[in-house]
Design a protein around this ligand. Structure first.
Ligand SMILES: [Zn+2]
Length: 174
């Protein structure tokens, strides 16, 4: 389904802002029919968002831009490569070999902490990209607040932890 023009305009601004890091990526933007908020990025620069994402943020477009910039950072930093080409095959081979539970638990812990670190890095990277477009500095924390209190999952830290990490990272880099 078509992506709203205001979203495409933000996407173009963010690509421009991604500079040398993002210039070589064959970016593509796709919107799919789903009313809840869903956002995905693929290694090759394909970004997919639910229609619900744009509906949620249509009154606060800079927060939609924060979501796009978060996914773009996953691509630029090649986060999916680390997880899908390194950590997941390791986990699969450990499971296939029937290694002891403790080794498997440890590998799962590595997957979880790597995935969580990627999310915190993508929040920070989103703020850097947005700042280059001249968007308001608090667009990322405001977007996190809009997400509401999501609990921790295997791939994402809780919203509360993302908010706390964002504040801490900001202090250490400024
Ligand atoms: Zn993410």
């Amino acid at each position: 389904m078509p992506t709203p023009e205001w979203v495409q305009a933000w996407f173009r601004r963010l690509i421009e802002a991604s500079g040398a890091e993002g210039r070589g990526v064959p970016w593509r933007l796709l919107t799919f029919k789903e009313s809840s908020l869903e956002a995905y990025s693929a290694l090759d620069g394909g970004l997919a968002f639910s229609r619900g994402t744009w509906q949620k943020f249509q009154e606060t477009p800079e927060q939609a831009a924060a979501v796009i910039a978060h996914e773009m950072t996953h691509v630029i930093r090649q986060h999916a490569w680390t997880l899908s080409c390194r950590v997941q095959p390791l986990l699969a081979s450990l499971r296939a070999k029937g290694v002891d539970e403790r080794a498997l638990r440890h590998a799962e812990h590595v997957f979880r902490t790597t995935a969580h670190a990627h999310e915190l890095e993508a929040d920070r990277g989103a703020a850097v990209l947005l700042a280059r477009t001249g968007a308001p500095a608090d667009a990322v924390p405001r977007m996190l607040r809009s997400l509401g209190e999501l609990p921790e999952s295997s791939t994402h830290p809780s919203t509360r932890r993302r908010q706390a990490a964002f504040v801490l990272q900001g202090k250490s880099t400024h």
